[in-house]
Design a protein around this ligand. Structure first.
Ligand code: BYC
Length: 473
């Protein structure tokens, strides 16, 4: 379905046919642009960026490339095409036709989920706003900005739903999405990870690998929703999300490649020697992975959650790839959970519906492991023993059954003191962060890379790596 770019707000939802909604969104638009100017990528408004813009929502239409100034990017409202006779795929209403409006009794649950989803999008742009100043290459700078404008569009996607289906409350929530800010003491973003600073590119690559991947799984769950406009919105968002995870996976892969080159050249794995050459030693990378993985695990909510059970029962939020499950009702059968009890973990059976957050988290962990396997093969092939691992899902949790339970990386419960002592060696220490910060020298000559990252294997849209992806002017 084509997107109408002649409109002030590009869309494929026939916005012109609903003047009240159109006016309401046109009223919100300048607030969004003010927010982008104040909280978006700092100081790059005049740069021409080789951006991908969606022109349609089908397989061919969503990738139109060209040089664009970010404030001129055509943020808009794009829903995936409707599926004819779509039926509810899970929960108590399984098999009934999907809803085109929000049922009154589920209104506040839907609103809460849409607001939580919407809140993460501008949050991530805020977290990343200063990274442009310390970009390792023009190629990376362009990818950062591509991610940023798309997160901006994902905010539009949720704001459209709030305006179109939640009346006055929705409009108020849409304003609040621009009023909360990442890391703000008084008005922080809703979910923990989105208040963590992303102040260097190693964190950015970890964020796009781990945190954007939470986005993939949450969007997949919401794409199953009985509320069809939410499902269609999330389906289209998922096509864009794939690029964000690509940035994370290839980014970390390139850091590793560069480190391996340096280790080979020097014939040592000495941290000092590697760091002196301006590369990231692998144990430091491991600590960054530990930090972002454990933080992102919290984004799935509690292991046992009545909210999740209700959302599943009412057809509000399903499991990612719901069609892969045999039983879409999930009233029978249990889920085995390991829960902390004193100084050890005990196995407990939990009703399946109450464990839906854990079901999604487990699928996410499996997906996270794929990149690690690839990187570990990369290291083995280069002739090195070092292997990256994911810490236990019990490690350093702030939400759920394992919140504030002191464990080591393998998930064994240890004393509080041992935990405090061990932690600086498990997540980036102050000196790790200072070192990584020292590497973050801005590189903007086309094709040139910072000392700590290898060039990508190919450029964007078949262009060479040394193409001028951002014209700084
Ligand atoms: N931090 O029963 P519980 C993305 C709250 S990322 C702080 O345990 P429930 C993106 C929870 O809200 C995807 N608070 O879990 C990535 C609830 O609060 P209220 C974002 C947390 O309700 C990169 C309370 O604890 N999308 O798109 O099942 C760049 C008890 O909740 C946290 C979504 O998350 C936390 N980590 O919630 C850009 C989808 N975890 O309501 C974008 C929408 C839980 O009692 N959200 N809480 O005050 C949801 O589906 C659900 O709200 C949750 C789990 C997944 C967050």
């Amino acid at each position: 379905m084509a997107i109408d770019y002649s409109e002030r707000i590009p869309n494929n939802v026939n916005l012109a046919g609903d003047k009240t909604l159109q006016r309401a969104l046109e009223h919100w638009q300048p607030h969004f642009l003010d927010w982008w100017r104040e909280m978006g990528p700092s100081d790059f408004a005049a740069a021409d960026v080789y951006l991908r813009t969606a022109v349609g929502v089908d397989a061919q239409g969503w990738a139109h490339y060209g040089a664009t100034k970010m404030p001129d990017y055509r943020w808009g409202i794009f829903l995936a095409d409707p599926v004819a006779d779509r039926r509810i795929g899970f929960g108590d209403f399984c098999g009934k036709p999907v809803w085109q409006q929000v049922p009154g009794e589920f209104r506040s649950q839907f609103r809460r989920l849409i607001v939580t989803q919407g809140d993460t999008e501008p949050a991530s742009v805020e977290q990343q706003r200063l990274l442009g100043h310390i970009c390792p290459s023009l190629y990376d700078l362009r990818n950062l900005f591509q991610v940023n404008v798309e997160e901006g569009r994902h905010l539009w996607a949720m704001v459209y739903l709030l305006h179109a289906y939640f009346g006055r409350d929705g409009r108020e929530e849409a304003e609040e999405l621009l009023a909360r800010h990442s890391g703000d003491v008084d008005k922080p973003r809703i979910l923990g990870t989105f208040n963590e600073p992303v102040s260097d590119w190693l964190s950015f690559f970890c964020f796009t690998y781990f945190t954007d991947r939470d986005g993939k799984f949450q969007l997949k769950s919401l794409a199953e929703s009985s509320f069809d406009p939410l499902s269609r919105t999330c389906r289209f968002m998922l096509t864009e999300e794939a690029h964000h995870m690509f940035v994370g996976e290839t980014g970390i892969g390139r850091v590793i490649k560069r480190t391996l080159e340096v280790m080979k050249e020097l014939g040592t794995d000495s941290q000092e020697a590697i760091r002196r050459q301006g590369a990231v030693d692998l144990p430091t990378l491991q600590r960054y992975l530990n930090f972002w993985f454990s933080s992102s695990l919290d984004l799935f909510g509690s292991e046992i959650s009545s909210n999740a059970a209700n959302s599943f029962a009412n057809g509000i939020k399903g499991r990612p790839d719901e069609s892969n499950y045999a039983d879409h009702i999930a009233l029978e059968g249990d889920y085995d959970l390991a829960l902390p009890e004193g100084d050890h973990a005990t196995e407990q059976k939990v009703a399946m519906r109450s464990a839906m957050n854990e079901v999604t988290r487990a699928a996410y962990v499996k997906d996270c492991e794929i990149g690690l396997k690839r990187w570990n093969i990369q290291m083995k092939r280069a002739g090195f023993e070092f292997q990256l691992t994911l810490p236990s899902t019990r490690f350093r949790r702030s939400i759920g059954a394992w919140a504030n339970v002191p464990t080591g990386l393998q998930g064994h419960i240890i004393g509080r003191e041992a935990y405090e002592r061990g932690l600086p060696g498990w997540i980036p220490s102050e000196s790790d962060r200072a070192f990584v910060k020292s590497l973050m020298q801005r590189v903007t000559a086309p094709g040139k890379m910072a000392s700590w990252v290898a060039p990508p294997e190919r450029g964007i849209n078949n262009l060479p790596v040394d193409y001028e992806y951002v014209h700084l002017g």
